[in-house]
Design a protein around this ligand. Structure first.
Ligand code: NAD
Length: 249
């Protein structure tokens, strides 16, 4: 994959997908700003990466705090001069059906998973426009494509992320900025058997990181507005239910 002197800003970088993504982009020499609400974990990640020969700077950022977003993104732009790649990855999936989600939980889940994408994108797009180059990759979820009973606010937020992605892709198409989303299925720290996926197992951070990295690379310049599921085929059909296909391989 090609990344010509690029700088990336990743939110939720200390988590399982963020860590894998930092390593993947770091392999290609991308300059990294790794943002997370959890400063000790993101600092440790930067130290670990340094030992692996990857340079990364930690940024403490709560993506639900608009003032902090303004302050931290301005500081990064002042230091780096440019941010070419924004990966909106921070997120949480609190449980709650339509009947047992409180108003506060609804607002918080939308703010963390969806509004943060809107705010971070607004913060970086003007500088990307000046350079006529940008790659924005947002983390959706298969919950945002087909719904997820028991997680109504999360599914709604991720559905919103996918539609915001497509709309931004259209709005920014003439500015040299592509906007895509990646929608993971069940991602775990080690590969686990999983009946509900056609590939028969869960995915890992690396599986998602490679998909994000491709969409964030110079190579993906003619791809915009796409939502790419990384889910072992989970949303293809009713695997795991009693239904038996006529033929499988
Ligand atoms: N793991 C999965 O199975 C899965 C499936 C579908 C979608 N996703 C999406 O992928 C993304 C990453 O998931 P993950 O598995 O790496 O999760 P994770 O919980 O391992 O990591 C999430 C990171 O976000 C950080 N974070 C939480 N709140 C924050 C805030 N307010 N500001 C800044 N950072 C904050 C956490 O500290 C953590 O480091 C999320 O958007 C998630 O919704 C994950």
């Amino acid at each position: 994959m090609k990344f010509e002197g690029r700088t990336a800003f990743i939110t939720g970088a200390a988590g399982r997908i963020g860590r894998a993504l930092a390593r993947e982009l770091g392999k290609y020499g991308v300059k990294l700003y790794l943002a997370d609400i959890d400063l000790p974990r993101v600092e440790k990640l930067c130290r670990d990466l340094k030992e692996e020969g990857i340079e990364a700077r930690p940024v403490q950022l709560n993506v639900m705090d608009p003032e902090a977003i303004e302050e931290k993104t301005n500081a990064v732009l002042a230091e780096a001069g440019r941010v070419d790649i924004l990966v909106n990855n921070a997120g949480k999936w609190p449980q709650g059906s339509i009947l047992d989600t409180s108003d506060a939980q609804w607002v918080e889940t939308i703010e963390l998973n969806l509004t943060s994408v809107f705010r971070l994108s607004q913060a970086f797009i003007p500088s990307m426009r000046k350079k006529s180059y940008g790659r924005i990759v947002n983390l959706g979820s298969i919950a945002g494509e087909v719904g997820l009973p028991g997680f109504c606010a999360y599914a709604a937020a991720k559905g919103g992320v996918i539609m915001l992605t497509k709309t931004m892709a259209m709005e920014l198409a003439t500015c040299g900025i592509t906007v895509n989303s990646v929608s993971p299925g069940m991602i775990t720290d080690s590969k686990q058997p999983h009946n509900g996926t056609w590939l028969g197992h869960t995915g890992m951070g690396d599986d998602v990181a490679r998909a994000i990295a491709f969409l964030a690379s110079d190579d993906a310049g003619y791809i915009t507005g796409v939502d790419l599921p990384v889910d072992g085929g989970r949303i293809l059909g009713p695997k795991g239910l009693d239904w038996k296909p006529a033929k499988t391989f």
